[in-house]
Design a protein around this ligand. Structure first.
Ligand code: GAR
Length: 187
């Protein structure tokens, strides 16, 4: 059984899509969804899917004792899907090459601390970019700097707003994140 541990902070549309895509797949399970936000929409999605939800506070997440909680679940892959806290070094070091993130722009542009969700799309439009997209990458000790596994592009039109761009990018995220996860699980 391959175990995927999901981390999310927001509405959870990526989590929903991943759960749908792997729902009928034998040999894959989701021991828990970890969130830092007790009001996150993802909690309802997880509960509706019958999954355990763990709400963590900063003190626990950044304390090395949390590793015991993660180790107990024995995950094969840690998947960040709109998770906004920086992954602590102890977790990165213990699960080298097994933590992945999705970012709603073409890294290394428009990444780093504070670059999440609508901030990213606003920055892309303000910079006059003609293309944006998604980046799926391994997580290392630095925000948005791990090895890139996949990038896909969308055009940014003059008529695009941060909202319309976000929609196009999210569509790509839903299309590709599960495929990368499946590839990693099978490698
Ligand atoms: C997604 O667009 C994801 O790429 C982004 O948050 C959104 C979460 O949406 N992540 C980041 O910006 C990380 N820096 P969701 O909650 O609907 O899946």
């Amino acid at each position: 059984m391959k175990k995927i541990l999901l981390f999310a902070s927001g509405s959870g549309s990526n989590v929903r899509t991943i759960l749908q895509n792997f729902y009928e797949q034998p040999g894959v399970s989701f021991p828990a969804i970890i969130t830092n936000n007790k009001h996150a929409g993802v909690i309802e999605i997880a509960r509706a899917a019958g999954l355990d939800v763990m709400v963590v506070n900063k003190e626990n997440f950044y304390s090395e004792v949390f590793i015991d909680v993660i180790d107990m679940m024995n995950p094969d892959l840690l998947v960040l899907a709109g998770f906004l806290w920086k992954v602590p070094d102890y977790l990165v070091q213990t699960y080298q090459g097994k933590i992945i993130n999705i970012h709603p722009a073409l890294l290394p542009k428009f990444g780093g601390k504070g670059m999440y969700g609508h901030h990213v799309h606003e920055a892309v439009i303000a910079a006059g970019e003609t293309e944006s997209g998604i980046t799926i990458h391994l997580v290392n000790e630095h925000y948005d700097e791990g090895t890139i596994l996949l990038q896909k592009k969308v055009d940014v039109l003059d008529s695009d707003t941060p909202e319309t761009l976000a929609k196009k990018v999210l569509k790509l995220e839903h299309e590709w994140y599960s495929k990368v996860i499946a590839t990693l699980l099978n490698s």
